[in-house]
Design a protein around this ligand. Structure first.
Ligand code: IMP
Length: 423
């Protein structure tokens, strides 16, 4: 059967570490959406690995990793990652499969992503500039190039010419950018086309066959619920569906096959890029969270905005994802804070709001109602069991559970594989 791991906030919840931890009990790890905008960090034996496209499970020699059809693949980023893994003694051949119906990110997607965001002016989204939204746009405009087209020279050239006719018109006439040559891209990507062939299969058929044989699949979501194109803080969202439902579409598996949904929540909240963030801390405490938690984007290096845990958001995430249990990460970062706040409701024009409002006018302008608990000073980074945690840390965890109505089953207290408490 299938277990899904989803982010319950704005991404960067620590899913990479959680997936790495859970991967030991499964056979296949499959990524279902997003692209090289994601950055999953895993530290093993003092080696830090940052994955953008390849599932974090690749570090296990006996696991298969799948990049599903819902992912958008930048071949340059993919092969940089493959090369980096090779240099670190990890060979991905026969361990990685790529969906033939996933879409490919090409140079014009990356350029367009960057210039479009510049042209948005006041409405700038602060995208990662990795060509994610523009690749998905082409997918839905039906001028996208899929993996299966990319690895066939004739089809690729034909589709590339069609796509570039429109893009070059935009570059020349509107954005005043240099136009691109299909011949040049065709040549530059020859290496990637040839190399990619080794990995390409019908991954949905493969996954279903393996599930039928009794194999366990861990479906890995990138980003988080509030970056979801449908349920996130639109338009300040990514262009895919990180929520658990996205796993069915992005892998080609039936909802009937999903057995468990695991939500990952950071013990506080962070956000990269633009968009409303009610519990954001704008003073020194926010700086303190950023520096202790090393809150800088794994993909772009941008400083992450930091704030208190928002239980209204995570409660909504638990509902729409159908979350069975929560893994709470980076609890150690809160050590030493005298008081810790939890956002438990919002207030807008005198009215109390207990559920996440999809209306962005309300969400952008509401005040937060907080509950406050006393902090702790004890070092928790080596704690191995729940009962050894300081009393106030336990109070904090239990308060969160009460607010989100879902059990916290694991607590991560550091970036190392072994720094995780099973409850
Ligand atoms: P895009 O996904 O590059 O289009 O960016 C859209 C928004 O999603 C921006 O605010 C990004 O900062 C944010 N975003 C995309 N990927 C991630 C991620 O993996 N972690 C956190 N934020 C992300």
């Amino acid at each position: 059967m299938v277990e899904v791991v989803v982010g319950t906030q704005w991404g960067d919840e620590g899913k990479g570490k959680v997936i790495d931890y859970l991967a030991k009990n499964v056979d296949i790890i499959a990524r279902y959406q997003g692209g090289a905008n994601a950055g999953h960090t895993v530290v093993v034996n003092n080696n830090k690995f940052v994955f953008h496209l390849i599932p974090s499970g690749i570090l296990y020699s006996d696991k298969i990793c799948v990049i599903g059809n819902g992912v958008v693949i930048d071949p340059v980023a993919l092969f940089e990652e493959i090369e980096y893994l090779k240099k670190n003694g990890i060979d991905v051949e026969n361990k990685l499969y790529i969906a033939e119906n996933a879409h490919i990110t090409l140079p014009y997607h990356k350029i367009l992503d960057q210039v479009e965001d510049k042209f948005r002016g006041r409405g700038k989204l602060g995208t990662t500039g990795r060509g994610i939204g523009t690749t998905y746009t082409d997918k839905y405009a039906r001028i996208g190039i899929r993996v299966v087209d990319f690895i066939d020279d004739d089809v690729f050239m034909e589709k590339l010419k069609i796509a570039l006719e429109l893009k070059n018109y935009l570059f020349k006439e509107y954005y005043k950018e240099e136009i691109l040559s299909s011949e040049k891209i065709f040549k530059e990507y020859e290496f990637y086309r040839n190399e990619m062939k080794k990995f390409v299969i019908n991954t949905s058929l493969y996954l279903n066959e393996e599930i039928e044989k009794g194999k366990k699949v861990l479906a890995e979501g990138a980003q988080g619920t509030f970056l979801d194109i449908d349920f996130g803080t639109y338009p300040y969202v990514t262009a895919s569906n990180p929520i658990s439902g996205g796993a069915c579409i992005g892998l080609g598996i039936s909802p009937k096959k999903i057995e468990k949904i695991i939500g990952v929540a950071k013990a506080y909240t962070t956000r990269v890029g633009m968009g409303p963030f009610p519990t954001e801390i704008k003073d020194n405490l926010g700086e303190r969270l950023r520096s202790i938690g090393n809150e800088f984007g794994a993909t772009t290096g941008r400083p992450r905005r930091c704030g208190w845990f928002d239980a209204v958001l995570v409660k909504f995430a638990c509902i729409i994802n159908g979350i069975d249990e929560i893994v709470l990460t980076k609890l150690d970062v809160l050590t030493g804070f005298e008081k810790i706040k939890i956002g438990v409701a919002y207030k807008y024009e005198g009215k109390i709001i207990e559920n996440y409002p999809l209306n962005s006018k309300i969400f952008s302008n509401c005040d937060v109602i907080y509950e406050e608990i006393d902090g702790w000073n004890e070092d928790i980074s080596k704690v191995k069991s729940y009962k050894e945690l300081p009393k106030n840390a336990k109070k904090y965890i239990e308060k969160i559970e009460e607010k989100i109505n879902v059990k916290i089953t694991k607590i991560s207290t550091g970036f190392l594989r072994e720094q995780i408490i099973e409850r």
